[in-house]
Design a protein around this ligand. Structure first.
Ligand SMILES: [Zn+2]
Length: 138
């Protein structure tokens, strides 16, 4: 009896984790997993187009950007130094290549990172400054 409860609970937890990851990586609504999260490149929609979840309360703050800046910054410095040692390209070429790479990679990583944090905040009813109730109307 208790074993069955544990089994179904762990299934529920696993399902919630998969849904959270899936919603984050696909940049979808944290509640239904269907509606698009962004209106444009990085602008979060006011509400979900499918389930109507009020997304104005979603507030990931600077968290995702800090992670992306630190990880991407370290990676690009390492790669730029390695390319300089191996190929010694002209400095202007390094600046152009890494400039474009940083721009594309930062936006490409920031979209799912921000969506993942929003999905996680929704699951835990958390916000940048405490707790938030998504079902409550202001
Ligand atoms: Zn939705």
């Amino acid at each position: 009896m208790s074993h069955d409860n544990r089994h179904s609970q762990s299934d529920d937890n696993r399902h919630a984790r998969v849904a959270l990851l899936s919603a984050g990586i696909r940049c979808r609504c944290p509640r239904c997993g269907e509606g698009r999260l962004y209106d444009g490149l990085l602008e979060v929609r006011e509400s979900c187009e499918v389930c109507g979840l009020d997304l104005r309360k979603a507030d990931p703050g600077d968290g995702p950007a800090v992670f992306i800046i630190l990880i991407l910054g370290a990676l690009v410095v390492l790669l730029a130094v390695l390319v300089e040692f191996w190929l010694s390209p002209p400095l202007w070429l390094q600046a152009v290549v890494w400039g474009v790479f940083i721009l594309v990679a930062a936006i490409g990583l920031l979209r799912p990172a921000k969506a993942l944090l929003i999905a996680s905040q929704f699951k835990n009813q958390a916000s940048d400054s405490g707790t938030v109730n998504y079902d409550e109307r202001d």
